[in-house]
Design a protein around this ligand. Structure first.
Ligand code: 9D3
Length: 436
């Protein structure tokens, strides 16, 4: 881009211009570029003599199209004064814009994407749905992507649904068919974790089921460095205990400030969980309860403990993950995020593994086998090779019950056993009376 004659100052404001395409890559040696069009008027926008605006790092400029053709469905264009491949190198990815007033006027009932994006969508009775964030085209017609309170909603751009489109007032009134708003909402579970070791927590979130949930957009997790919410020069998060004694106590203000900031930016959470050795035990039932909320804040403690007023004035819940001493709440918070996330639809690939999970049913798992048929002198139980599905099912139930009775008998008192399982348990107990 060393040829300056083509550069003309522009009167139009970049932000007021409309994107008509994006440069994909150079094409050939004569300064052509392939364009990904973002307009319905490819022929009109990308014809010789038409102007487009670009904004490379060294400033905004207007270009005149010198040559244009369509190849493989995409425009291939050249600009006046840019005659060599070197002149267009580095332009890949740049937006091509035109002033809004250069757009074709549309027939009534048709809209440009920029007219719809940003409009507020509400139902006929005035209930807010959210802003339009995108317009999706497709075989079945266009759809408005609306950012609802609990995730994105796709609304068909049809006259009987989008009853009143007012692009001047920037408001769209919709008459959604029964269930549309609920049906389209993708549940997104939000977690906010406050810690003095953000990298430790981030590392624990990056891999596995939780990492995949974040990638897929069903989990929205933010990790917050508690020190960012301090106000003193030393960024102190702890202080000496009143009444004396060894060790330090976590100050209440940074934790309270962090939660206030999260509320302001991410909305009011359904629970603010302090993880601590004094909490009530975190169980599968507790995980199920938390999974019904859509936003959870987790506060990780360190040092000897946290100021009592964090419990009483900031947290809504206090949970422990078991009777052993950890060095801090970070691993406990990761445990809670993992167990709760598995219950969020779409996080675990195969929903059956969540439903069949032994703890979800209140029992320990039955034994599992894979190939080879004999290993370390031990054979796979014949029933599993038999192909008798009913016998396999009964064997699995029996072994799961036997194991639970042996190892965790207390689980059976609260397990919801069906008729068959109660009969099997009776059978196992008799078995053990005969040969204890
Ligand atoms: C050395 C400090 N201990 C004095 C008896 C109390 C103590 C304070 C803070 C012990 C551990 C911790 C840090 N642990 C947690 O924050 C924690 C935790 C745990 O240690 N076990 C089980 N569940 C949890 S949830 C949070």
């Amino acid at each position: 881009m060393n040829n300056a004659e083509y550069v003309l100052p522009t009167m139009a404001n970049w932000d007021d211009m409309v994107v008509v395409g994006r440069i994909a890559r150079p094409h050939g040696l004569r300064g052509h570029v392939v364009v990904n069009p973002e307009t319905d008027f490819v022929e009109e926008r990308f014809r010789p003599g038409a102007h487009v605006w670009i904004r490379p790092a060294d400033g905004e400029r207007r270009l005149t199209i010198a040559d244009a053709r369509v190849q493989g469905g995409r425009p291939v264009i050249a600009f006046e004064g840019l005659d060599h491949v070197e002149d267009v190198e580095g332009m890949s990815g740049l937006e091509l814009r035109i002033p809004e007033d250069a757009l074709q006027p549309l027939e009534p009932g048709r809209y440009y994407e920029h007219q719809l994006v940003g409009c507020t969508v509400e139902t006929m009775d005035g209930a807010p749905v959210g802003p339009v964030v995108r317009v999706e085209g497709g075989a079945g017609g266009s759809r408005l992507a609306v950012e609802g309170a609990r995730g994105e909603i796709l609304i068909p751009l049809a006259a009987d649904i989008c009853v009143d489109i007012d692009v001047v007032a920037r408001r769209i009134r919709i008459n959604p068919p029964e269930g549309l708003l609920e049906l389209n909402e993708k549940l997104v579970m939000k977690f906010d974790i406050v810690t003095i070791f953000p990298r430790m927590v981030e590392a624990g979130l990056a891999e596995g089921v939780v990492g995949r949930g974040i990638e897929r957009g069903v989990l929205d997790v933010e990790v917050h460095d508690l020190r960012d919410y301090t106000t003193d020069r030393h960024r102190s998060v702890d202080d000496v205990p009143y009444g004396g004694g060894p060790g330090m106590v976590m100050k209440p203000e940074p934790l309270a400030r962090a939660v206030e900031d999260i509320k302001a930016r991410r909305g009011a959470p359904g629970a603010v969980v302090l993880v601590s050795p004094q909490g009530r035990p975190f169980t599968q039932a507790e995980a199920v309860r938390l999974s019904r909320l859509s936003h959870i804040v987790l506060l990780c403690g360190r040092y000897e403990g946290v100021d009592e007023r964090v419990r009483t004035a900031v947290a809504t819940d206090e949970l422990s993950i078991g009777d052993y001493v950890l060095s801090g709440g970070e691993l406990a918070a990761l445990v809670v995020v993992d167990a709760v996330s598995r219950l969020v639809p779409g996080v675990v690939g195969d929903a059956r593994s969540v439903e069949e999970d032994s703890f979800a049913r209140g029992l320990l798992d039955h034994p599992h086998y894979t190939r080879p048929p004999e290993f370390a002198g031990q054979k796979v139980p014949g029933v599993l090779l038999s192909g008798h599905h009913e016998e396999v099912r009964r064997w699995r139930k029996m072994t799961a019950l036997r194991r639970t009775l042996d190892r965790r008998p207390e689980l059976l008192t609260s397990a919801a056993l069906d008729e068959e399982e109660r009969a099997m348990l009776e059978e196992i107990r008799k078995e053990q009376e005969r040969e204890p």
